[in-house]
Design a protein around this ligand. Structure first.
Ligand code: PLP
Length: 404
């Protein structure tokens, strides 16, 4: 019998771009996970805002297995029913008229940026190629998306970056006024910065960006890869801001754990992605589309979305109570079930130290940058799991404070 893989195998066989925690989960159900040793964890990490319905939700298992017995993949030379059903569902539930399907958030953003450049090229001139984004933003790890992203550490050392990209300051409209001009093809922004520290945009900021884009014939791109598919309590966060983008990207929660991404846009813009301009072998894969359709149909209901808002309040109460006792956080913020707790100055830059302590106490959490503890649990996490997970998290925080 072959031996189970160990954590040492990671260092031996995987390229060293990640440093995962020591425990290796092997099974999940709802918001609980079990590792190789049978130890149980409550999951506040949700596969980094991906497992929107927890682990192995029956609705998703059924969609996946039913599709797995019918048809897996055809390529884009042929089409398939699940892809068409997913595109229709996304269009009917949002501002969009058209969808492009792919397999990840970075790919969806790559498509969005290429579409914006091509749209401006086709309808205006090749000079209209400038892209405006924001410091601390995160849009993926492809070369175009790390270049547009506002965290230089992700693009440094990879040689010349694509030109025509400028960065303003998030939530500071004045910093953008001079950056957006008639040569701008697009402004790309997360309605709430995720990796950058769980920072919601102010309504005035997004409204101001919309107005700047309109004044200069530029496209407004909302990167809702992390905030989308119910994560913030509405199907997409833009609904809460009353600001409609020209292009929106979605991934993470959209597939509930199956790799899928989507770029949504309008009939005004979509024609620029003309026959042959862009593509992806796996885009519209039948398995991915079937799972995403089931996820979106289950999430986009008053019960699930309303539940996200209720659960937000419960998480916040717990975090505030923990903070009242231990004084580790400067601010607790976020929307829906994407919640950040910024470390107090005494614990500056030490959010990461909570993660292994939390694992030891039986709860999985995340960070967003060095200074923010991030929680992105299942949108349907049971209240009992919230309470128990928070008790465990408090023990981890207490150990950080006690220096153990
Ligand atoms: C995670 C993330 C991405 C990248 O998605 P991948 O699926 O990792 O390519 C892009 N934008 C935002 C806002 C994200 O949070």
């Amino acid at each position: 019998m072959s031996q189970s893989p160990t954590r040492a195998d990671f260092d031996r066989y995987m390229v060293p771009n990640y440093a995962p925690q020591q425990a290796i989960p092997v099974r999940g159900e709802g918001s609980r996970l079990w590792d190789q040793e049978g130890r149980e964890y409550i999951d506040f990490a949700g596969g980094i805002a991906v497992n929107s319905l927890g682990h192995c939700h029956p609705v998703l298992v059924e969609a996946l297995t039913a599709q797995a017995r019918k048809l897996w993949h055809l390529s884009n030379v042929y089409t398939n029913e699940p892809a068409l059903a997913l595109a229709k569902s996304l269009v009917e539930r949002t501002f969009a008229d058209k969808a492009y399907l792919c397999s990840s958030g970075g790919e969806a953003n790559e498509a969005a940026l290429k579409l914006a450049r091509r749209w401006a090229h086709d309808n205006f001139s090749e000079h209209k190629h400038r892209i405006v984004s924001f410091a601390q933003s995160f849009h993926g790890r492809t070369f175009f998306t790390v270049s547009v992203g506002g965290q230089p550490k992700y693009s440094q050392g990879f040689g010349p970056v694509p030109g025509g990209i400028v960065h303003g300051e998030f939530n500071n409209l004045d910093s953008v006024r001079d950056l957006v001009n008639d040569d701008t093809c697009a402004v790309m922004v997360e309605p709430m910065q995720g990796e950058g520290g769980i920072v919601p945009a102010s309504p005035e900021f997004l409204q101001g960006l919309r107005a700047l884009c309109d004044a200069h014939d530029a496209l407004l791109i909302f990167d809702e890869v992390q905030t989308g598919a119910g994560r913030t309590g509405t199907l997409y966060a833009y609904e809460q801001y009353g600001v409609t983008p020209d292009i929106l990207t979605s991934a993470k929660s959209l597939g509930g754990g199956f790799p899928v991404g989507a770029m949504l846009t309008t009939d005004r813009v979509a024609p620029a992605m003309a026959l042959g301009t862009h593509g992806s072998t796996y885009g519209g894969n039948a398995l991915a589309s079937a799972v995403a359709l089931a996820a979106i149909e289950h999430i986009d209901t008053p019960e699930v979305l309303g539940g996200v808002t209720q659960r937000h309040a419960r998480f916040r109460e717990h975090l505030e109570r923990i903070n009242a006792r231990h004084g580790v956080f400067r601010e607790i913020r976020g929307m829906g079930l994407l919640i950040g707790a910024e470390m107090a100055s005494e614990y500056e830059g030490r959010a990461k130290e909570i993660l292994p302590l939390a694992i030891e106490e039986g709860v999985m959490a995340l960070i967003a940058g060095p200074n923010v503890l991030r929680l992105a649990p299942s949108l349907v996490i049971p209240e009992a799991d919230i309470d128990e997970g928070m008790a465990r998290l408090e023990r981890a925080v207490a150990r950080l404070v006690a220096g153990q």
